[in-house]
Design a binder for this molecule. Sequence first.
Ligand code: CO
Length: 133
Amino acid sequence: MKKIEHIGIAVRDLQKAEKIFSTIFGKNAYKTEEVISESVKTTFFKVGESKIELVAATNTQSPIAKYLDKNREGMHHIAFAVDDIEKEMTRLKKEGIRLLNETPKTGADNQLICFLHPKDTSGVLIELCQGKA
Ligand code: CO
C-alpha cells in the first residue's frame, strides 16, 4: 500500500456537514458525487496532500444508513491507495482477511475500490483504492 488516499466521515446531512468542514478547512469542497451503486452521496475536500470524504446515505438501504442506525456520525473508514487492487485483494485474502466485495467496485472520485471486513482489521473499516487511468 502506498499512502492514505482519504479518510471517510459518515454524516447524516451532507449539506450541513459540508458547511462545517468548509469552515474548519477554510476552503470549499472540490467535488460532490453520488455513487448510485452504493446508495451514497459524497463530498470531497483536499487538505494539503490529504483528502477527506464526507459520505451520506441516499436511501435507508445504504450501508451508511445502516451504519448510522448503530453509530454516531464521525470517522467511518480509512482508504489506502494501491497500485494494483486485484493483486492486493488476492494477497490479503490469502492472509485470511475477508473482503466485503469479491471484485473491485467503482467508487467515488474515479477509484476502483474494495472494503476489507472490519472484523479482520481490528475494527477499522479499510478501503483499498486504485485510481482509474
Ligand atoms: Co471512501
